[in-house]
Design a protein around this ligand. Structure first.
Ligand code: ADP
Ligand code: F6P
Length: 470
């Protein structure tokens, strides 16, 4: 077994298996913030990525991707149902996102969560070299730091949560809250997107486990666990360079033409998730059409909503409701060849996404709650022309950094409508000044700055940073 000095552990590998039309297996980057953030960072780094390849049954053996070794962890169909779709995405996900949908609790799901976390910990223990740095990602694997420390006390272990960490009154609903906190405390550093999340964690550790904690450090037996906020980001320069390519500009021109050359394009790009506020946004847009504030020929909405977690009941219900509403709005306000909403559920390659960002006069990113939202950052990075208005929810982690966006509360329908109109009608000079400020911020605070800040706190020897070219 080849071993690495840097091991990333995440539920998903940066590829997944898709059966192409001809029945052959192809591998592609999966939509989602975690892979978008880590893949450009680790590319060409001698690291191992431990994760699930997307199917069920025995784990396939995969080739290295861009020099990163892929170590697959198998999930059975029961694991998929009870760990991924169950405990991770129907218990933790809603609790961590303000319980905007009802969380479910089943003892069988917890058993699967423990079992799968144990499997990930064992797989990681096998591929980590003596004294390696292991970086565990996200809410699917909260027990891994503790389980791994028991197996391999020599490792330096980091944990990063990409999603929000909820206030104590919500987290306290979890029947196995103490075990979840203990699991995270197996790490040397527990990182969150926002300072408020670190504060929530410190409060819970004291309340549930009785441990003394500040928002920076927690004493656990003979160790100090550090905690802190490390807002994740994107490869800003890469997105800007892509958006600046002549073929992207050509594609953007063609897209605008194909949309009927409207005066203004509103764009939203989401996974189909109830946290993303898609229904609220459609309602706001529909009421603006109904009130005559926007007209179909002048303005179009492009809603990209790539299906996600498709076997989870709440996601199926959401998709049905969104599709019914899109149909209703198009039926009521569209004309022949001129729909009010262009609704797309396909995954796009980066070039197509960059071209879409370039034609969006208003980018509407209005989640009800979101750990960060990298789409907002990608849009800003892609606007190499300094144009384009970002309409951003106050409840996205990105709002703490992109404060020059047009900020809205997506729970407030009137506020959402006013925000959308304000962004559509903003003075070009105002739009430009805001975009320039956000672009300057993202040039500094890119994915490399994030990794530097996190890894230099985790690995104070600095060896790892040198390897990452940091
Ligand atoms: P989340 O992690 O909840 O999915 P983020 O906004 O942080 O949300 O990240 C979503 C990532 O997935 C972004 O990098 C975005 O470009 C990508 N993405 C979203 N929709 C698509 C799509 N239709 N095709 C390809 N990539 C997509
Ligand atoms: O950001 C939260 C997250 O679960 C990430 O871990 C992942 O990249 C994204 O959402 C997509 O989710 P899934 O892996 O369930 O498709």
């Amino acid at each position: 077994m080849r071993q690495s000095s840097l091991v990333v552990v995440a539920n998903r590998l940066p590829i997944n298996d898709n059966v192409a039309l001809d029945g052959a297996c192809e591998w592609r980057r999966s939509p989602g913030g975690l892979v978008s953030a880590l893949h450009p960072l680790l590319r060409h780094t001698p690291a191992t990525w431990v994760g699930w390849a997307g199917g069920t049954g025995p784990a396939p053996t995969l080739p290295d991707v861009d020099g990163v070794r892929m170590h697959t962890v198998p999930l059975s169909s029961e694991d998929l149902r009870d760990h991924y779709e169950g405990f991770a995405n129907a218990t933790l996900w809603p609790i961590y996102h303000d319980a905007v949908e009802q969380p479910e609790h089943h003892r069988r799901w917890w058993d699967a969560y423990q079992r799968v976390n144990q499997r990930f910990a064992e797989a990681t223990a096998q591929v980590a070299e003596q004294g390696a740095v292991v970086w565990v990602q996200d809410y699917h694997l909260q027990l891994v730091p503790g389980l791994l420390r028991a197996l391999r006390p020599d490792l330096r272990i980091g944990f990063f949560l990409h999603v929000p960490f909820p206030p104590p009154e919500l987290f306290m609903q979890l029947p196995r809250r103490a075990e979840l906190l203990h699991g995270m405390l197996g790490a040397d550093l527990v990182g969150f997107q926002r300072a408020q999340a670190a504060h929530n964690f410190a409060q819970l550790v004291t309340k549930v486990l009785g441990l003394p904690a500040t928002d920076r450090r927690i004493a656990v037996e003979d160790r100090i666990v550090r905690i802190g906020a490390f807002p994740v980001s994107i490869d800003t320069a890469e997105m800007a360079a892509l958006a600046d390519r002549p073929e992207v500009a050509d594609r953007a021109r063609r897209l605008r033409h194909d949309l009927g050359s409207p005066e203004q394009v509103i764009l939203s790009v989401d996974r189909m998730d109830y946290t993303k506020g898609i229904e609220q946004r459609l309602k706001a847009y529909s009421e603006l059409l109904e009130g005559g504030h926007v007209k179909v020929r002048d303005t179009v909405l492009v809603q990209v909503a790539v299906p996600s977690r498709e076997r989870v009941g709440q996601y199926q219900i959401l998709r049905d409701r969104v599709e019914r509403e899109v149909g209703r709005i198009n039926g009521e306000f569209g004309r022949v060849g001129e729909p009010a909403i262009h609704y797309l559920t396909q995954p796009f390659d980066r070039t197509e996404l960059a071209a879409l960002y370039r034609i969006a006069d208003v980018m509407a990113v209005t989640p009800l709650r979101d750990g960060m939202n990298l789409v907002a950052k990608e849009y800003v990075a892609a606007r190499v022309d300094d144009a384009g208005a970002l309409l951003l929810s106050e409840f996205a982690g990105a709002a703490a950094e992109l404060s020059q966006a047009y900020l809205v509360n997506p729970h407030d329908l009137e506020g959402l409508k006013q925000g959308l109109l304000a962004a559509l009608r903003a003075e070009p000079a105002d739009v430009r000044a805001r975009m320039q400020a956000m672009r300057a911020y993202l040039r500094e605070h890119d994915i490399r700055a994030w990794a530097r800040s996190y890894l230099s706190t985790l690995d104070q020897s600095g060896l790892l940073l040198t390897r990452l070219g940091g």
